[in-house]
Design a protein around this ligand. Structure first.
Ligand SMILES: NC(=O)NCCC(=O)O
Length: 391
């Protein structure tokens, strides 16, 4: 099937599953059978219509508590295609993306979004497949004072919104190195800090290791006005320990800005961030770009297939998962979109109390086991059947 004949999983279920089975199918696929959609502000919907993106909203509630007030926060994911051909200058490509995203952020603000995350390397095409340095490395910016952070700080301040901005970073203080970095800007418009992608892919066309190394910023959790947040960038979602460390540091929401293509990862996309939400008792927000990106020079992918000019299609499908394992429907596979989720952060502790994973986790046991497994002379603990005596 052509991926672009199939736009939207939920739409397909609604169309084809018999009405009396639909609730149970949704309970098994999404963790709940009811429609938890929320109405978005009319300005959000108007901007979505005008600028040709989807806007959808859902709510996750928690039990009422005697001693804690609900901690209701609106979080958002943005998925989008690039705007200009990759043959345009870096400044033209980047500015066009700034312009597109400013409309989507405005739409999010109209529906009172508190924390918003953009997709991985959102200011550029995902050009790492080419393995060519120029012009792509010219998209790299200073995370604190570069043009993208400067641009977003104004919006964050204007809308009192925490914004997570994943970019290609140039670290001029340390040998001009490049990094794949998420910048966190507070609701007062201040630069809060950054996190560098912990796991760098060496799969398919994702040749990022030619540009930057595994991150060296650990697993920071940012204490924002609206809650404790962290960022697990793309390929890091395949590593349960990466998710776990953000949880151990107290994250209540972990964003997973990604760039991944149909065929590589779509069968596992819907389970990874959802599983992490369950295992770590926090909300997760999985975000993927849309569209196919074309480059002037052909590149090969090391799979015996002919060289090509294109990477993609990126299949979108951004979604939010709650610590109880429920999830929103996805955004579409091929359209720009804004996904808003209203969450009660009290749900995190409620699920901690229910499952008691932290108590049963046996961190010290695994810490020791992992240390042993990382040694070069580690002998895997395998038990074989004893040889039977031959008679
Ligand atoms: N951007 C990125 O890390 N992509 C790798 C492919 C994947 O993890 O799905």
């Amino acid at each position: 099937m052509n991926h672009f004949n199939f736009h939207d999983l939920e739409e397909c279920l609604n169309k084809h599953i018999p009405a009396n089975d639909l609730g149970e199918v949704k309970r098994l696929l999404f963790g709940r059978s009811d429609d938890h959609a929320i109405e978005l502000h009319s300005e959000t919907l108007q901007l979505a219509e005008k600028y040709n993106f989807d806007a959808r909203g859902y709510a996750f509630t928690a039990e009422e508590e005697e001693f804690r007030k609900p901690r209701i926060v609106r979080i958002a994911a943005v998925q989008n295609s690039i705007v200009k051909p990759t043959t345009e200058t870096v400044a033209v490509q980047r500015d066009a993306l700034h312009e597109k995203i400013s409309k989507i952020i405005q739409a999010a603000a109209a529906s009172n979004v508190n924390i918003l995350c953009l997709q991985e390397a959102w200011t550029m095409p995902f050009a790492f497949c080419t393995r060519e340095k120029l012009p792509w490395i010219n998209f790299a910016e200073d995370p604190e004072h570069g043009p993208t952070t400067t641009f977003l700080r104004k919006l964050a301040h204007r809308y009192k919104m925490v914004i997570i901005s994943p970019i290609l970073e140039r670290d001029t203080d340390h040998g001009d190195q490049l990094w794949n970095t998420a910048v966190v800007i507070s609701d007062s418009g201040n630069y809060m800090g950054k996190h560098r992608k912990n796991h760098i892919p060496r799969v398919g066309a994702f040749n990022e290791a030619s540009y930057y190394f595994e991150g060296n910023t650990g697993h920071p959790v940012f204490e924002t006005r609206y809650g404790r947040i962290a960022v697990n960038i793309c390929y890091g979602r395949h590593h349960p320990q990466n998710w776990m460390m953000f949880g151990l540091n107290g994250a209540e929401i972990v964003f997973n800005p990604s760039a991944t293509t149909a065929g590589i990862s779509d069968p596992i996309w819907l389970i990874e961030a959802r599983n992490a939400a369950v295992a770590n008792n926090y909300f997760t927000v999985a975000i993927n770009r849309v569209g196919t990106e074309c480059f002037k020079n052909e590149f090969t992918t090391g799979n015996g297939k002919a060289a090509r000019h294109e990477i993609g299609p990126f299949y979108g499908s951004s979604y939010v998962s709650a610590p109880d394992g429920t999830r929103t429907p996805c955004l579409s596979r091929d359209r720009d979109g804004l996904l808003i989720a209203e969450v009660d952060l009290n749900l995190c502790r409620q699920l901690k109390d229910y499952w008691t994973f932290r108590m049963t986790q046996r961190l010290a046991e695994y810490g020791a086991g992992l240390t042993r497994a990382a040694q070069v002379d580690y002998i895997p603990q395998i038990i074989k059947e004893k040889e039977k005596p031959t008679s």
